[in-house]
Design a protein around this ligand. Sequence first.
Ligand SMILES: *Cc1c(COP(=O)(O)O)cnc(C)c1O
Ligand code: SF4
Length: 447
Amino acid sequence: MSEQKIVPIHAVDDWSDYSYQRFKVYTAKQLDQITQLEALSEETRFEMKVVASVLPFRVNEYVINELIQWDKVPNDPIYQLTFPQRGMLAPQHYDRVAEAMRTGMEKKELDALIKEIRNELNPHPAGQMEKNIPTVNGEPINGIQHKYRETALFFPSAGQVCHSYCTFCFRWAQFVGDKDLKIATKESGDLVGYLREHPEITDILITGGDPLVMKTRNLRAYIEPLLTEEFSHVRTIRIGSKAMTFWPQRFVTDADAQDLLDLFEEVQAAGKHLALMAHYNHWQELEPEIAREAIRRVRATGAQIRAQGPLLKHINDNADDWARMWQIQVELGIIPYYMFVERDTGARHYFEIPLVEAWEIYRDAMKQVSGIARTARGPSMSSDPGKVEIQGVTEVAGEQVMALRMIQGRDPDWVQRPFFAKYNPDATWLNHLEPAFGEERFFFEES
Ligand SMILES: *Cc1c(COP(=O)(O)O)cnc(C)c1O
Ligand code: SF4
């Protein structure tokens, strides 16, 4: 723990008092230094170490001291969001690593075992590695994904970590330090070169990891070139980030916080839209005063904050929490944007919720809020053919079916097409579904 006690953040007028708040993180090696964990059993702490050896673990003091309500542990949603739990590994994987650690297996052998298990966890879902790698002058380039016509994703190499890690992260493979699993590039030049060749791209989504772990001057190096006349086709710059939750100081007390806000303002001044795609999982993330101050400051730049995040067992699998989160977001000036279905990777079995149940939660949450807060699309699967939304369960000509809609498609002509699957209350992903009405295949499947 820090020598310096973190003062609880309540209503604050002068943020300069808080500038001492250091960014201090704990990783798997430092688990024993987190004093709050001393209240947990020896066995629980050992389980954490086993899981943290396979899945990424990183948590900072703000999350530990301000976001987690320790009297609710182990059921606190932010604790589940950041701290490894035994159930996050399949029993056979858990047992193998636990046994190895108990018997003091040699490091080389243990590393090989961990690598083997990681490879069994579908590290790159939805064909991320093979299908979405674009080229410039015929050369494949890393760090860019271009799956949907109007939007390109850019992964700056310096933004491939986060201020803390989510236990369910679908980009987890990038954090575990395996070089050939990394999708990243140092080249902002590649991005510019690619955009030059693709005037159909109107949106660039800078993502990670979390691009806001970068110093503002580095982020600026990527964004500033896009504000020139040459890239007038780029209308919206999105930044995907969880800093609003994991490190709101990024917008308030960090040394280059003001420079970041200035950069947002410059994007707006250049006539483009700066969209902060903020990752939120629970209303508890919106409670600390500094989290609200960060929102106020970003909004004051003219940028818009949109909220998105997955539906997860153990964290937010009930309608009341979603309704409350959406309502608070609206009151703070954030637009609810997406409710995602947990992806088919990593600790998925721990977090997954059947699609039918996900839709019921979504619907029950929608029922509790007014139209202003009903802007979140979902529940949506980011699957190989595209983003597929579960519209609901219904009956057509005597057959019970699931109505689905392609919100984003690999082929632009698929966008907004409705389709039907046989009712399947156990399915948790698109590949578990079969076409309704005795059809051979879904419309997007090749014949
Ligand atoms: C979600 C997503 C986008 C953006 O889709 P919108 O519906 O415009 O938000 C772009 N690329 C990929 C790969 C995505 O998953
Ligand atoms: S913030 Fe996003 S990228 Fe970072 S750990 Fe969480 S889910 Fe993964």
